[in-house]
Design a protein around this ligand. Structure first.
Ligand code: ZN
Length: 309
């Protein structure tokens, strides 16, 4: 057996994971590291692009029209944003609350698809938002400086961002250590990097190879806090905070795979939990998830990294 691509410790025995999002049921070998606990794919398929059909991407998500704030509101933009952190508002303010990113800060969303999130953030008052995605056909320019680049991180200007975000992107990267070094280069001193990823937790213990977040072969690494600390440290980051944000999805999604039901239906749409589970069952799953999050055992988390040195 080989060694861990993160910490170089020994990998445990290989086990096959089926491709179940599309439902091809092809098998891919994964193994868990005996040191850092990361579950990883052993061989990345050469045709990995085929496992990302068009409808997988956020390309067709509806992009909101940009609304520029009136001048007097733009002048007080940071004060307005600080107020929004105090409210129980949208998801994005919840993600950003621990680092209190300001409206004037320069933000880059990495792996952003067509840029729906940055457009929404602009409309919430963030004035300096961009995105990049290597896998889109071409870039986008939405006006007001809101742009999506089709670029690798190494092609962007160094020390130019206050905040970088990766929302469920990092687990798809074949060389996470190298991507973190590129992130470090892009950030201003003391800049932040937010990484939202699935993590090895209780759902793995319960469902093993049916755990929906294994998502073979698209997810190359299912990280742990230990593996993230190693990667962060090597790239010149410290992890300030880890917040678990798992949901009922870890239960209802994995239950579907256990019953051999792919995530995408015959019409190439994602299945809805309400078609398979009662409101009571889903409420129960949601409560279980919030309990696991409190115990730091949920199957997804937000890592807050700060650039050091
Ligand atoms: Zn390891």
């Amino acid at each position: 057996m080989g060694n861990c691509k993160i910490c170089d410790d020994k990998l445990g025995d290989a086990f096959p994971i089926r491709e179940m999002m599309l439902g091809t049921r092809e098998e891919f070998n994964y193994a868990q590291c005996t040191g850092c606990g990361t579950i990883q794919i052993l061989n990345i398929p050469g045709n990995i692009g085929n496992y990302y059909p068009n409808y997988y991407y956020s390309f067709h998500h509806k992009i909101p029209a940009l609304i520029q704030l009136p001048l007097f509101k733009r002048i007080f933009k940071d004060i307005r944003i600080k107020k929004k952190y105090r409210q129980k508002d949208t998801d994005i303010f919840n993600y950003l609350r621990p680092i209190q990113t300001l409206a004037s800060h320069k933000i880059l969303d990495i792996g952003c698809g067509s840029g729906k999130l940055i457009c929404e953030m602009f409309n919430l008052g963030f004035q300096n938002v961009q995105g990049t995605d290597k896998f889109i056909e071409a870039g986008y320019d939405y006006g007001y400086g809101v742009k999506v680049f089709k670029k690798d991180l190494s092609e962007l200007k160094k020390k130019s961002y206050n905040l970088l975000m990766m929302h469920h992107v990092f687990e798809h990267m074949d060389n996470p250590a190298e991507e973190l070094v590129k992130c470090h280069r892009l950030l201003k001193d003391d800049g932040h990097l937010i990484i939202r990823i699935p993590v090895v937790g209780k759902a793995w213990d319960i469902y093993k190879t049916d755990w929906i977040q294994l998502d073979a072969p698209r997810h190359f690494f299912l990280h742990t806090v230990a593996s993230m600390k190693i990667l962060a440290g090597k790239a010149g980051f410290v992890i300030d905070n880890v917040i678990y944000d798992s949901t009922a999805f870890q239960f209802w999604g994995s239950e579907l795979y256990k019953r051999d039901i792919p995530f995408v239906n015959e019409n190439k749409e994602y299945r809805l939990p309400t078609d398979y589970y009662s409101t009571e069952e889903l409420d129960n799953y949601e409560q279980l998830a919030s309990g696991l999050n409190k115990e730091q055992q949920g199957d997804s988390a937000i890592f807050y990294l700060t650039k050091r040195r």
